[in-house]
Design a protein around this ligand. Structure first.
Ligand code: VAL
Length: 454
């Protein structure tokens, strides 16, 4: 199949390939870096429970909606709405996704760059006999530098670019299939070590015993935003991947499997981190450095820690890669199909633009730290706007599109491909996308922004 031709599109070749690629997209820094850090910031278990509720009631149905839109339209995120709702403004929903993908990848590349640095720090045994405080300043000093973090960020973007240039079928599928299970194994080993540390119980309590009085409107909005971020929703990714899924595939089953896997991995990451946070006296609300500061302490205290830490940061980088390629693919598919730019050039252009914005994200950790808007540096601002605004807004419109614009008949027709449709499950799905998802997103969104209070 020619990869540059616009008429013959790439497809995933096997069922396993579809799941591996979609799960590869979903599972990434969102699960291992961002989930523990924002759970810590917003107070622990109560945040986790609200997050889980959003995953089940909003995330899962919207994932299925995105797959459906993608497969039916066989188009990029913007083109999909143009095709399914010609001449209407729905296409701007696709645009919102492309914009979110662009923003997210800018700062995503920076964090992936940190992970690359931590592979090297692991290989050179730099964590050895350092106290929790020393490990903390090691991280801060590193991210505040103007040079090295950018070198790693750019290297990561180049790797992402290379894989996307190879193409969907040969590139993404092959890498995703092999490496994810190994990452899960390492996290399980870390879990065992973490929960057997002295003082681990406090960490598990923090993660699993909710105190809902601690929740704020902003915390709830962040839980919603993170449900989208972690499942790769609202950023055009799963519409684009959906467009590469063949008709023999059972979309509902795939969506369920990806959602469950993504959520379990986030929880497993939380179990590896919070017991250690408390055991080593680290502040749970320390922010974006939480994982990078906490885990080196754990590695120090486990047999084979040297080896495990190399493997962990290596695989974290790979998990970030299988996600970043899916984000870049959104922008590339848009450039190819809408702007008629060939894959290779489209990929180089998109990567260059995103990487440049990413350089500023990296600099905003140190050199440009004082330049803030609403109290947020450039990195946090892009994260906040994309996760807490663009993704939920995209999700809101996607659910309205499927639930109200498309309607039961068309949904049933698309879902019936590759699967038997169970009537009551279809009704539940339609009820969720028609009422629950848009209603809940609207309330959480406006409340989180402080438009009203209750
Ligand atoms: N969903 C991924 C993650 O959680 C990316 C695509 C944002 O890391």
């Amino acid at each position: 199949m020619s990869k540059n031709s616009l008429s013959s599109r790439d497809v995933f070749t096997s069922r396993l390939g579809v799941i591996a690629a979609a799960a590869g997209s979903a599972v990434g820094l969102g699960n291992i870096w961002k989930f523990p850090y924002i759970t810590g910031v917003y107070g622990g278990a109560a945040f986790l429970f609200v997050y889980l509720g959003f995953i089940a009631l909003i995330g899962l149905p919207i994932m299925l909606s995105e797959f459906t839109i993608g497969r039916k339209s066989k188009s990029n995120a913007f083109g999909a709405f143009k095709k399914l709702a010609p001449g209407s403004p729905w296409k701007f929903v696709g645009m919102l996704g492309v914009a979110a993908a662009f923003m997210i990848l800018s700062f995503y590349g920076v964090v992936a760059g940190w992970s690359i640095d931590y592979i090297i720090k692991s290989v050179t045994d730099s964590f050895a006999s350092k106290s929790p405080d020393e490990l903390d300043s090691m991280f801060t000093q590193f991210i505040e530098q103007p040079g090295l973090p950018i070198v790693y960020q750019l290297s990561f973007m180049l790797m992402t670019m290379a894989i996307v240039i190879i193409g969907v079928k040969d590139g993404i599928e092959k890498y995703a299939k092999i490496l994810m299970p190994i990452l899960i194994l390492i996290i399980l080993v870390l879990d065992v070590r973490a929960i057997t540390l002295d003082g681990a119980k406090e960490g598990l309590n923090f993660l699993f015993h909710p105190d809902f009085s601690k929740l704020t409107g902003e915390g709830v909005l962040s839980a919603l935003g993170h449900a989208f971020f972690s499942l790769s929703l609202g950023m055009g990714t799963l519409i684009t991947y959906g467009s590469y899924i063949g008709n023999q595939n059972n979309l509902a089953k795939t969506a369920l499997q990806v959602t469950v896997a993504d959520t379990l991995i986030a929880i497993l990451a939380g179990v590896a981190i919070f017991p250690a946070v408390f055991a080593f006296g680290i502040e749970p609300s320390s922010g974006p450095g939480l994982v990078f500061i906490t885990l080196p302490n754990v590695f120090q205290q486990m047999p084979g820690g040297f080896f495990f830490s190399i493997l962990f940061f290596l695989l974290l980088t790979v998990a970030a890669l299988t996600s970043s390629i899916s984000i870049l693919e959104v922008v590339v598919a848009y450039f190819r199909e809408e702007l008629k730019i060939k894959r290779k050039l489209a990929t180089i252009l998109a990567t260059a633009m995103i990487a440049i914005v990413g350089v500023f994200c990296s600099l905003s950790m140190g050199l440009l730290k004082e330049n803030t808007l609403f109290g947020l540096n450039f990195f946090d601002l892009l994260d906040w706007i994309s996760a807490n605004m663009l993704l939920p807004l995209g999700g809101l419109f996607i659910s309205l599109f499927i639930g109200w614009y498309w309607g039961r008949e068309k949904i049933e027709e698309e879902l019936a491909k590759g699967a038997g449709v169970v009537s009551w499950l279809l009704s539940v799905f339609i009820f969720l996308v028609k009422f629950i998802a848009p209603g809940a997103i609207a309330i959480v969104f406006l409340h989180g922004l402080g438009v009203f209070n209750f």
